[in-house]
Design a binder for this molecule. Structure first.
Ligand code: PGA
Length: 248
C-alpha cells in the first residue's frame, strides 16, 4: 500500500502537538507551522516527520515586503508548501493567476506543492455537475503551463492536490465534514481530470475539511483518497495521536 499523506496545518496558531515519533510507517506526516516557528519545530521533529509551510511568494527575491520565497523555505529545510488554501483566497485575495505562479515557482525551487482546490457552499448547492465544473476550472487555471514541470522526472510526485470544500472547513460557519462518498467521487473526478487534461497520472489527491481522529478512517479507507489535510485537529495532541494511530 502506498503511504497516506497527512498534512497538519496549524494555520496562525502555535501548538505543542508535534509527535516525537510518528511510529507509523504507513504515513508521510507533514507539519506546517507558521513561518516564525519553522526553525523551532524543525529542531523538535524527528527526521521522518516532514516540515511544510502554509504559503510562499512566487519570486525568489526582490522588493516584495513581507513575503517569503520558495528558495528561502527550501534553505530552511522545508519540504512541502501549501498553495491556494481557501483562507488565502478569501482573506488575502489570492487569485488563480497568483496561485498558478506560486505552483510553478514552488516546484522550480524543488518544494513539494500541495495545491488546495474546492468549492464554496453556493456552488455546492447548485449540485454535483456545477461543483465538478468549478473544481475543473480551478485546476486548469492553477496548473496552467505547469504540465512540463509536473512531469519532469526530478519533480515527479512533487505536486499533491488537496480537495477542500470551503464549507467543510471546521472554522467556517456550519463547518462540517463532507461525506466520505462525496469526497471519494470528487477525488476520482480530480484524478480523471488531471489524467485527461494534463496526461498527469498517479498524482496524490487528499481530502481536507473537518477531519479528526474519529472520522479520518472513513475517508482514507478508500484507496483513491491518498490522505488528509488537517486543520483544527492538528492543534490537539490527542487528536494527532488518534489520527496517526488510525491509519494502519
Ligand atoms: P479543518 O481545516 O481541518 O479545521 O477543517 C482544514 C483546512 O483548512 O485545511
Amino acid at each position: 500500500m502506498d503511504k497516506k499523506i497527512i498534512i497538519f496545518n496549524w494555520k496562525m496558531n502555535l501548538a505543542d502537538s508535534v509527535e516525537s515519533d510518528n511510529g507509523n510507517s504507513n504515513i508521510e506526516m507533514v507539519v506546517c507551522p507558521p513561518f516564525t516557528h519553522i526553525e523551532k519545530v524543525k529542531k523538535l521533529l524527528p527526521l521522518k516527520i516532514k516540515l511544510g509551510a502554509q504559503n510562499c511568494f512566487w519570486e525568489n527575491s526582490g522588493a516584495y515586503t513581507g513575503e517569503i520565497s520558495p528558495t528561502m523555505l527550501k534553505k530552511l529545510g522545508v519540504e512541502y508548501v501549501i498553495v491556494g488554501h481557501s483562507e488565502r483566497r478569501k482573506y488575502m485575495g489570492e487569485t488563480d493567476e497568483m496561485i498558478n505562479k506560486k505552483v510553478s515557482s514552488g516546484l522550480k525551487a524543488g518544494l513539494k506543492v500541495i495545491l488546495c482546490v474546492g468549492e464554496d457552499l453556493t456552488i455546492r448547492k447548485r449540485g454535483q455537475e456545477a461543483t465538478k465544473g468549478f473544481v475543473k476550472k480551478q485546476l486548469e487555471k492553477d496548473l496552467k503551463n505547469s504540465k512540463f514541470l509536473i512531469l519532469n522526472s526530478k519533480l515527479r510526485n512533487h505536486l499533491v492536490i488537496a480537495y477542500e470544500p470551503v464549507w467543510a472547513i471546521s472554522t467556517n460557519k456550519d463547518g462540517r465534514p463532507d461525506t466520505p462518498e462525496n469526497a471519494l467521487e470528487m477525488i476520482k473526478f480530480i484524478k480523471n481530470t488531471l489524467n485527461s487534461k494534463f496526461q498527469i497520472h498517479n498524482l496524490k489527491v487528499l481530502y481536507g475539511g473537518s477531519v479528526n481522529g474519529k472520522n479520518i478512517k472513513s475517508f482514507v479507507k478508500y484507496k483513491e483518497i491518498d490522505g488528509a489535510l488537517v486543520g483544527g485537529a492538528s492543534l490537539k495532541k490527542d487528536e494527532v495521536k488518534k489520527i496517526i494511530n488510525s491509519i494502519k
